[in-house]
Write a protein that binds this ligand. Structure first.
Ligand code: GLN
Length: 317
């Protein structure tokens, strides 16, 4: 049966697009120089349902750097291959309450319970270090194939963004070496840093990102290609971590306002997942202070309220 009708999706997306298009608040990320060059008025919204229906409006075929929106997908591989308990014990699954590139949560690795998670830089760099095979080229192939499988097409790396980020990654380099010192990072920290930076530089469109999210909504099986990418259990744990920490230190505000597991990236993308139903992705570069797209957050909030009321907490109203 229909999860939501085509007419309902179209009406909700068009309404949200019109209502948020004029928002000018926020600022492109500029700590990665290439991201500051992206035109700030680009704006697109895509919805993909678990039965493979697609609705788009605006700049949904304009490629942008996936950045941190890649983190849940990489994490899903490690959750699947190394197991839930291993991820909980080794990487951590707790909200840091801190900015995405904070090093403070890393200190908790000296204690019993890691206070970081796969969706902040430290956890995401650690995740990349555990993807196999360990040999760097082969490991990159695993990452690339995984992202391609989630999107259902071959994705490119934006070399301009990659070089720009690689040339300004002192902070992430420090995190990588600290992780190694705490025994949380596998292999060479420079390799993990490089592969993480490459992963963040993968080019996606809003439609790709919505498709990737719809695969998680569909329990890890791609809604269009039918390929099983991760198990339903791994998809569920990936959504769990997105619901507690997908928008960094404002994840609480997000869950309060919207109530869906989501992930943002400093390239201006956000993906939000309605489990068993659909995913919404937005692309709008200007960010708030936490690094989340201003227009994207508002547009998703409006669509979710229109389509499913109170987000993932269905109280039968
Ligand atoms: N590649 C970016 C970084 O490491 C990702 C951050 C983000 O999207 N929040 O800083």
């Amino acid at each position: 049966g229909e999860i939501v009708s085509d007419a309902q999706i179209k009406a909700a997306v068009d309404k949200a697009y019109a209502a948020t298009k004029g928002i000018t608040a926020g600022k492109d990320a500029d700590y990665i120089p290439a991201l500051a060059e992206v035109p700030p008025d680009l704006f697109g919204i895509a919805v993909v349902t678990v039965d493979g229906r697609i609705y788009t409006v605006g700049d949904t075929d304009h490629p942008f750097a996936i950045e941190s929106a890649s983190k849940p997908f990489a994490a899903s591989w490690v959750i699947e291959q190394k197991g839930e308990q291993w991820v909980e014990d080794t990487i951590g699954v707790n909200q840091t309450g801190l900015p995405f590139n904070s090093i403070i949560a890393l200190e908790s690795h000296a204690q019993a319970t890691p206070a970081m998670n796969p969706l902040v830089n430290a956890g995401a760099i650690a995740i990349v270090s555990w993807i196999e095979p360990a040999e760097p080229k082969a490991r990159w192939q695993t990452i690339q194939q995984l992202m391609n499988d989630y999107a259902g097409r071959a994705l490119d790396v934006d070399l301009t963004v990659y070089r720009s980020e690689a040339g300004s990654s002192e902070h992430n380099r420090a995190i990588s070496h600290l992780l190694k010192g705490y025994g949380t990072l596998n292999g060479d920290p420079e390799v993990a840093l490089d592969l993480y930076t490459r992963q963040c530089s993968i080019h996606v469109t809003a439609q790709d990102l919505a498709t990737m999210g719809a695969t998680l909504a569909n329990g890890g099986t791609h809604p269009i290609t039918g390929k099983k990418i991760v198990s339903p259990a791994a998809a569920e744990k990936t959504l769990a971590i997105m619901s507690t920490t997908g928008l960094y230190e404002t994840s609480g505000t997000w869950t309060w306002n919207v109530g869906l597991p989501a992930k943002s990236g400093v390239g201006g993308g956000i993906v939000a997942v309605a489990p068993g139903r659909f995913a919404i992705a937005t692309f709008a570069p200007p960010l708030d202070a936490a690094g989340n797209s201003v227009k994207g957050q508002k547009a998703i909030e409006l669509i979710v309220h229109d389509l499913i009321g109170s987000g993932m907490f269905d109280t039968g109203r």
